[in-house]
Write a new protein. Sequence first.
Length: 293
Amino acid sequence: MRLDVVTIFPDYLDPLRHALLGKAIEKGILEVGVHDLRQWATGVHQAVDDSPYGGGPGMVMKPDVWGPALDDVAAGTGPAARAAALDSAVPHRGQARHDELAGLPAESSYADVAPDGEAAGDVAKPLLVVPTPAGAPFTQDMARRWSHESHIVFACGRYEGIDQRVVEDAAERYRVEEVSIGDYVLIGGEVAVLVMAEAVVRLVPGVLGNRRSHEEDSFSDGLLEGPGYTKPREWRGREVPAALLSGNHARIDRWRRDQALLRTQARRPELLEGVELSARDRKTLDDGVSPEE
Ligand code: 6GU
């Protein structure tokens, strides 16, 4: 999977190199390019924004800067062809490309065949994600779908957003999604990109050591995940719940399901509407306690 981020604050994306995502880069599963939008700015002031038509506060990011930037990042041309990979990134498919090593602009730096047996062609149109508080909610389902993409480009807006024509025009070269990570306003899309990149990349096979470890995540069955415990068995006078010490796997599974149900009822009751409940599930929710307790 290749991720490209276009931003006026490239340093903000440094955490993509660390921990889980850095590991994925080192393993060759992930390739990351961060591009400074100002490379596409023209004129003496290198302006990337201007006052909004119709008046009002703030500034809107200029289409004549974003348009060429997204063209180049889709094609791997122009400024997008060089200095794309972060320090720890190893180019995927194992080998550095000679044009990159020579610092030469290539016709296209990206492989033109999508992985996972996808044919090159229209399905190979990269996904353009535009983070905005006015977007559709980013969900675990979206993260799962995006984990199969071969190329995702994130366009980080600041100020009052990007001229809307950029999003419309980009649909010629990309599949475009405007998304929000929650009902609050951030200064720009950079932190939202870190959130989405981590949610997506951890689902790519080979990134997490244990494949089962996301089958039981919160949301994977529509419920919040219940509490977890490790040694010691008693700590500061608090015991690990007896069901977990029973060695009876049916009882343990039932207890875990009950904890997930009760926690979801307490914290996110609206999620229960999307979950298929057995008679036993309903009894736990009605009683407010697990029968395995
Ligand atoms: Cl994706 N961007 C910005 N700027 N603010 C947000 C957001 C995204 N999601 C919630 N608030």
